[in-house]
Ligand binder design. Structure first.
Ligand code: ASP
Length: 352
């Protein structure tokens, strides 16, 4: 009898310890997914050297996020670290390398969202913050607000010790030439338009190089928390003051531990009107769709029917990922727990 009681006692103790351990020790699953913009990215137009530069930079960014997650960092820190690397590169349309407005300026937008707390931060139309994604995080963590635009955001960034640069830092010749070309084509179109009202199709003109270069990252950390971040220079030849979907929570960025973390890229006006990032989450929450089903529903059906070009990246709390896009290509990649980094550009690229 005594022995039976002893065994029972130890069995209870053992089970309790096991339970306590699983409660406090982090889940070991973690992953990061990134995009570097969607659009008509064709292999035939891409010099191999440039393709390599884009891929290498994306790998470097994924590696930074992966390293953060591996050593127990938060999903929020991982997406910020990854995005900063692409913001610092002139290749991608975010930070250095941002697109120009029609009056020749760089106006950048960025946002972050924490899936655990549903807290979010964003900046819009900033011109002197070297890493807008960090300013977005600052808005979330140091102010009672979600979105701060222009000079107000720059002031907060400066006060909180973020690096402030001269506006000339963001100048990249290739982007300038793209803007000049877009402007010229808009004018040609106006000159030859039979429509005397002058109502051209400015959005199509803006996308004349058919490439959206926004950058985004979503991550799942070892503690089961999700986060998303997006950063962009916006559209080439956009009107001064125009703000796209990237800093709009629920449109370009969304994260909720109960569903998924999403970052979008594409024709921002559509992503705002169709509240794309939150729509994916809502389909999971209310209709019980998987991440992949929900993301495909929004990107490949709703957006396609509406004429909204672009794509998104998503991750759920189990580490499932989705990367649908309805454009010709999308810079994208992921790193999972095993440390293998995959980067893809074209439609038929498989993870490698
Ligand atoms: N969505 C961005 C915007 O409309 C553009 C992009 O994704 O490249 O500003």
């Amino acid at each position: 009898m005594k022995l039976q009681r002893f065994i029972l006692y130890n069995l209870i103790l053992f089970s309790w310890n096991l339970f306590a351990q699983t409660k406090s020790s982090p889940m070991e699953n973690f992953a990061i997914v990134m995009h570097g913009g969607a659009g008509a990215i064709l292999k035939k137009d891409m010099p191999p050297e440039l393709e390599k530069q884009y891929s290498d930079k994306m790998k470097e960014a994924l590696q930074a996020g992966y390293d953060t997650l591996k050593k127990g960092g938060t999903a929020l820190s991982a997406v910020e670290a990854s995005i900063k690397i692409l913001e610092d590169s002139p290749l991608y349309n975010a930070g250095k390398g941002s697109a120009f407005t029609s009056d020749g300026k760089n106006e950048m937008d960025a946002s972050v969202m924490d899936g655990k707390t549903l807290k979010a931060g964003a900046v819009a139309g900033v011109r002197t913050i070297k890493n807008p994604v960090s300013a977005a995080r600052m808005v979330m963590e140091k102010t009672p607000h979600v979105l701060i635009a222009g000079k107000g955001a720059e002031k907060i960034a400066k006060e909180n010790g973020l690096e402030i640069v001269d506006t000339s830092y963001f100048f990249v010749q290739r982007r300038w030439d793209q803007m000049q070309k877009a402007k010229k084509e808009e004018k040609i179109k106006l000159d030859h338009s039979s429509d005397t009202s002058g109502s051209i199709q400015p959005l199509n003109d803006m996308f004349n190089d058919k490439k959206f270069g926004t950058v985004g990252a979503v991550a799942l950390d070892k503690f089961g928390n999700l986060a998303a971040a997006t950063s962009t220079g916006g559209m080439t030849n956009k009107k001064p003051g125009r703000v796209g979907d990237s800093p709009i929570i629920g449109a370009g960025t969304y994260a909720n531990n109960a569903t998924c973390a999403i970052s979008c890229t594409g024709h921002g006006e559509y992503f705002i009107r169709y509240t794309v990032a939150h729509d994916v989450s809502a389909l999971m929450e209310y209709k019980g769709l998987t991440l992949e089903q929900a993301a495909n529903e929004v990107v490949m059906k709703k957006l396609v029917a509406a004429g909204g070009e672009g794509g998104l990246i998503g991750i759920d709390s189990k580490g499932n990922i989705a990367m649908p896009f309805n454009s010709i290509g999308m810079y994208r990649g992921f790193a999972k727990k095993d440390g293998k980094i995959s980067v893809m550009i074209y439609k038929d690229d498989l993870p490698k």
